[in-house]
Design a protein around this ligand. Structure first.
Ligand code: C5P
Length: 205
């Protein structure tokens, strides 16, 4: 019998402006890669759909590399079937540039405007599908961490959400350690200690 399948999104997405520039965010992918490593150790079949990061995929994990939110959405749609658990740990860009320029944009006036259009919400799409997938989201907040994450879990119809405070420079984005709230569907939660991301990944699993 095949082991249950887990799909994890990781890292930032890069939204291109022209051939040399893009919009991105500070996600390092470390938390998602740690979750993938622990899932593999627990015996799951792991598919990791990752935006651009400088990490090596854990051994035995199927890695799919993407750049943009639309590419990530496409890969999730292709791989979501038969999936027991979906973890949306990627920091997907909410917006992309409306008019990508295929030639480098030259410097012009002092004021430069870009029009952005909304990207699809990948995890909300997964949660809407009539499939028996347990859906876990992440919420990176700078204020009202717990209540905003609880609202996000309800709005996106998630089964569980992991919330972290990214206003603290020593933990969160890019760092080795983090402190999170693990919030269940009934809104009950546990707050972790500040711990290495690999230990948090074990707690979350
Ligand atoms: O709304 P916000 O971006 O804060 O929500 C975070 C959660 O939603 C994360 O689990 C993230 O992976 C997921 N997300 C997504 N697609 C988007 C935006 C966020 O899957 N376009």
């Amino acid at each position: 019998m095949l082991a249950p399948k887990v799909l994890i999104t990781a890292g930032p997405t890069h939204e291109p402006i022209d051939p040399v520039r893009y919009i991105a965010n500070r996600s390092s992918g470390k938390m998602a890669y740690a979750l993938a490593a622990v899932a593999k150790d627990l015996g799951y079949r792991v598919v990791l759909i990752s935006g651009p990061v400088s990490l090596e995929a854990p051994l035995g994990v199927c890695l799919i590399c993407v750049n943009t939110a639309l590419e990530m959405f496409d890969a999730v749609q292709k791989h979501i079937h038969d999936c027991a658990i979906f973890i949306g740990a990627a920091a997907v860009a909410d917006y992309r540039v409306q008019n990508y320029q295929d030639k480098k944009i030259a410097k012009q006036d002092a004021l430069f405007e870009l029009t952005l259009v909304q990207n699809p919400d990948i995890i909300a799409w997964v949660a809407q599908q009539e499939i028996n997938t347990f859906v876990v989201g992440f919420a990176a907040q700078t204020e009202d961490v717990l209540s905003k994450a609880q609202q996000k879990m309800q709005r996106k119809k998630l089964d569980m959400i992991i919330a972290n405070d990214v206003s603290q420079a020593d933990i969160g984005f890019g760092s080795e350690c983090n402190q999170v709230y693990i919030i269940k569907k009934d809104q009950s939660y546990e707050r972790s200690k500040i711990s290495p991301k690999i230990d948090l990944a074990r707690d979350i699993w």
